[in-house]
Design a protein. Structure first.
Length: 130
C-alpha cells in the first residue's frame, strides 16, 4: 500500500514538473510577441483597423539595426481590430426621452490583436471621435 501511495505522489510531481516546464518554455515566444506589440501601439497608422502586414512596416519610423530589420521583414503578421462597444454622446437623453445635452463625441472601445504564426497578443483600445 505504501509503495502505491509513493508511486502516485511521484507521478503527480512529474506531471507538475512537466506543466511548469511547458509554461517556462513558452516565455521567450511570448516576450517576442509583446515586443512586437509595442510597435503597433507607437505607430498611429496601424491598430484601429484590420490589416495584413509584415512587421517591418510597423517599424518604418524607427532607426533599427540591419539584422533586426531583416528579422522583422520576414515575419508576416495580421492586425485585427474588433469594436466591442460604442457610446454615442452626441445626444444625451433622460428617462422621458428628452434631449438634455450634446457633447458631439463618440467613444469606441475596441480590441486590437496582433497575430503572427507563433503567437498573438491583444490589448483594449479607446477611440474618441469628435
Amino acid at each position: 500500500m505504501a509503495v502505491m501511495i509513493i508511486s502516485v505522489v511521484i507521478m503527480a510531481l512529474l506531471e507538475l514538473f512537466a506543466n511548469n516546464t511547458y509554461i517556462f518554455s513558452q516565455l521567450p515566444k511570448q516576450q517576442k510577441i509583446n515586443q512586437y506589440s509595442t510597435l503597433v501601439f507607437f505607430n498611429s497608422d496601424y491598430g484601429l483597423e484590420s490589416k495584413a502586414i509584415t512587421l517591418d512596416m510597423l517599424a518604418k519610423d524607427f532607426r533599427l539595426e540591419g539584422d533586426f530589420k531583416k528579422e522583422l521583414s520576414s515575419i508576416k503578421a495580421e492586425i485585427i481590430y474588433q469594436t466591442l462597444q460604442q457610446v454615442d454622446m452626441r445626444e444625451q437623453k433622460n428617462a422621458e426621452g428628452k434631449v438634455i445635452g450634446t457633447s458631439g463625441m463618440v467613444f469606441e472601445i475596441g480590441k486590437t490583436i496582433l497575430r503572427t504564426q507563433e503567437a498573438s497578443v491583444g490589448v483594449l483600445r479607446l477611440r474618441i471621435e469628435p
